[in-house]
Design a protein around this ligand. Structure first.
Ligand code: CA
Length: 226
């Protein structure tokens, strides 16, 4: 899941981005409204966390413009405390939900999960079962035959992305856009490296992999090893 975080206050942005990354989100940070609009126009985000008070262009205008351009990306708006009018304006501008500052990080995570789950393009069940793999998308715990498989946040994010498209061929560009953030280097082989790591963790010692390579196309998560 790739999220755009729009927050001009550096300490808050850094803290939120770190927390979100620890919860397996790929996070891009925009520090003003123009930057946010540019990123929204060029990247297919799974959700946006959008502060209202921003330099250059406020969050309401960013949301309005995105909706005007046909974007259906889920938007969670951050508004000042007790600013009822700002919250109403936020929802009117096309935001899907709002949180008032200061907020509890766990609440932000819960709202974000709910928004992404409700998203038209990306329904996210709380439990994903693919063959012998059982994934709890809330706790991000993956088990196989009842045995928990320890995964890093990025490994989990990659597996969840493939699991939500079980049986489909998923290209590297699509994986990069939703599982990695702006630091992704298209010339690197980091996706292939992560696929290898995942295979070592989720596959049985003997037998073929659940993650199939489609040469020149990408990867497919299969429900049974070939
Ligand atoms: Ca602000």
């Amino acid at each position: 899941m790739r999220v755009l975080l729009v927050e001009d206050e550096p300490a808050a942005a850094q803290m939120l981005a770190k927390g979100l990354r620890e919860h397996a989100y790929a996070v891009d940070v925009a520090i003003d409204g123009d930057d946010a609009s540019f990123r929204l126009a060029t990247t297919d985000y799974d959700a946006v966390i959008l502060d209202v008070m921003l330099p250059r262009k406020d969050g309401l205008s960013v949301a309005r413009e995105a909706r005007g351009a046909g974007s259906a990306v889920p938007i969670l708006m951050l508004t000042a405390r007790d600013a009822v009018l700002a919250r109403i304006a936020g929802l009117d501008s096309g935001a899907d939900d709002y949180l008032t500052k200061p907020f509890d990080f766990d609440e932000l995570l819960a709202r974000l999960r709910a928004l992404i789950r409700r998203g038209i393009r990306a329904p996210l069940p709380e439990r994903l079962v693919v063959g012998s793999l059982d994934m709890d998308t809330r706790s991000r715990q993956v088990s196989k035959h009842g045995r928990v498989i320890p995964l890093t946040t990025r490994e989990y994010a990659l597996l969840e992305f493939l699991a939500r498209r079980t049986g489909q061929v998923v290209g590297r560009a699509e994986i990069a856009e939703h599982v990695w953030d702006q630091s992704y280097d298209p010339l690197s082989n980091v996706i292939d490296v992560y696929v290898q790591r995942l295979r070592r963790k989720i596959d049985d010692a003997r037998g073929d992999s659940l993650i199939r390579t489609r040469r020149g196309e990408g990867y497919t998560l299969a429900t049974t090893a070939a």
